[in-house]
Design a binder for this molecule. Structure first.
Ligand SMILES: [Zn+2]
Length: 544
């Protein structure tokens, strides 16, 4: 009975673990590594065709994004998840495949010109469609048997709609162990989704640690902040442009805007709200359809009152690219929600081009803006940006919206663990960068007397012996600067070794010559031999 750590160990993306019971193998998540890669993910302990099932915690690509490749490489088992996760994967995996296809196409156009080898995409839209045939959905609280010897149950993870904490009971040779896997653990007080369900007692816990070293800033009132932005922008006759991630953040924005209208928080009512992202529209439709069992109490109250928390009369969804362009010729003040969330690509760039230069408009950034993105430049107050080869002067008001993060912070993670007084045998801390996962592991050990460990990719734990049986360190992925430095170091080392070898062989030669000189003087005079001996002695004593 073993637990293999494959991905998101000492890093955040590429979530993947394998549980082995009675020679059967199930995967917990099958995520794609995104952004900067720190460690090379270890290979699966068996080929994809020998993996019997995948238990998927939620739809985010860093947890699900390698599923089409797994199927393409021979996986034949069942992919288990909640119904919302299945529906979200259906749109998100196809979208991810589309990105891989366009990236390969772009790289191949360049490769063709330089005579280099053509690249294949990681997987295609067709692969993503094929992979969906292996999905099977279950409800929260339902016990199922993915393979003989393992029973599983999903409980609400409170992270995104449909996300789950996975509980496993493993049986082998009359022995039983239990394991909880957090997936991504949600924050409390998020709109639409429930708070994460409390921890149940298990022998082992695999916990995420994205914010294991940090506390979220206190959010005052995101609803009032957005209402104030809308009020003052509409008064100026401008538009509010919100770059937002298609799944999750966009729906939160819709929830807030409906609430603002409902509570009469803006005086100017004659405005339109556009959601201009085909993926966001598809995701919103999934959010609209899957209510029961997924929405939190507040959102359910709205449903019981005969309304929908994400729908209101002035909402316009835009799918067509032509319609998208027409938004900017409208004279009515509007809220324009579009992807991507960090403004690096997608239709949002068109809307920024048309609104950033207008002092009456506002750009409201929602969520984290990574280094090197247009969103980050705007957040940093840069006054001149370039969009589609055009210089744009930033005259619009730029605001960072207060976030309700989708991840629990250090306090949230600690409380989820300690609110149940039954300590697990061991807590495996994963899904956090170096600082976050090690800080959180130390905190658990020192302040809470937990047996905690932060495994690396490639580590193997025997769940019956309760010890590591493999601790091979993963290879580090170097940045371009580190690679350059390594090449320089290797070159220096090579030169040093060469110089060292050359002098050594010269010295050996001289030593052998010395022997021959001594032999030659076998019958020399004693006085000559004495002088020679003294000289040799001096050298020998100095180097001995
Ligand atoms: Zn996630």
């Amino acid at each position: 009975m073993k637990l293999y750590f494959i991905g998101a160990d000492h890093e955040v993306t590429g979530s993947c673990h394998v549980v082995e019971v009675n020679g059967k193998h199930i995967m917990l998540d099958c995520g794609l590594e995104q952004g900067r890669d720190i460690y090379v993910n270890d290979d699966l302990p068996v080929p994809p065709a020998k993996i019997d099932a995948v238990l998927l915690s939620h739809a985010h690509i860093d947890h699900s994004g390698l599923l089409p490749k797994l199927v393409k490489d021979g996986f034949q088992g069942t992919i288990w998840c909640t119904e919302v996760t299945r529906q979200l994967c259906d749109i998100m995996l196809k979208d991810s495949a589309h990105i891989h296809e366009s990236e390969a196409e772009w790289a191949n156009r360049k490769a063709k010109r330089s005579g280099k080898k053509q690249e294949k995409p990681l997987y295609t839209v067709e692969d993503a469609e094929e992979c969906m045939k292996y999905f099977r959905s279950i409800e929260y609280g339902e016990t199922f048997t993915p393979v003989e010897g393992i029973s599983a149950r999903y409980e609400d993870g409170g992270h995104i709609l449909g996300s789950a904490i996975i509980y496993l009971t493993l049986q082998e040779g009359g022995l039983k162990q239990t394991l909880a896997f957090t997936g991504d653990l949600g924050n409390t007080g998020m709109p639409i989704v429930n708070d994460p369900s409390p921890r149940e007692t298990t022998d082992f816990v695999i916990t995420e640690s994205t914010y294991g070293d940090r506390l979220h800033e206190k959010v005052d009132d995101p609803l009032k902040q957005l209402a104030d932005i809308m009020e003052r922008t509409f008064k100026r006759g401008g538009n509010v442009v919100i770059p937002a991630f298609a799944v999750g953040r966009t729906q939160e924005m819709l929830y807030f805007i409906r609430e603002i209208l409902e509570r009469d928080m803006v005086s100017y009512k004659d405005f339109d709200v556009y959601v201009d992202s085909p993926l966001a529209d598809e995701a919103t439709a999934i959010f609209e359809e899957n209510v029961f069992g997924y929405y939190d109490e507040e959102a359910m109250k709205i449903i019981r009152e005969g309304e929908h928390p994400l729908l209101f009369p002035n909402l316009i969804t835009v799918v067509d690219a032509e319609e998208s362009k027409q938004i900017n010729s409208s004279t009515r003040p509007s809220v324009i929600i579009s992807a991507s969330g960090m403004c690096s690509n997608g239709r949002i760039k068109h809307h920024l081009k048309h609104n950033l230069w207008r002092p009456e408009c506002t750009v409201a950034l929602a969520g984290y803006q990574a280094e090197g993105t247009l969103g980050r430049l705007l957040a940093d107050g840069v006054k001149d940006v370039r969009i589609f080869q055009e210089d744009i002067h930033v005259s619009a008001e730029i605001v960072q919206l207060q976030d309700v993060s989708a991840h629990a912070d250090q306090n949230g993670l600690i409380h989820w663990l300690i609110d149940n007084p039954e300590k697990p045998e061991k807590v495996f801390v994963v899904h956090g960068d170096e600082e976050a996962c090690t800080t959180f592991t130390e905190l658990l050990k020192k302040d809470y007397d937990y047996r905690a460990t932060a495994p690396y990719s490639g580590f193997v734990y025997d769940l019956l012996k309760n010890e590591y049986v493999g601790t091979e360190m993963p290879e580090k992925v170097l940045t371009a600067a580190e690679k350059k430095e390594k090449i320089k170091e290797d070159k220096n080392r090579e030169q040093d070794t060469y110089a060292q070898n050359r002098y050594y062989s010269e010295l050996m030669e001289k030593g052998q010559k010395l022997i021959r000189l001594i032999e030659k003087r076998k019958n020399a005079k004693n006085s000559e031999l004495k002088r020679f001996l003294k000289e040799v002695e001096r050298v020998v004593n100095r180097w001995d």
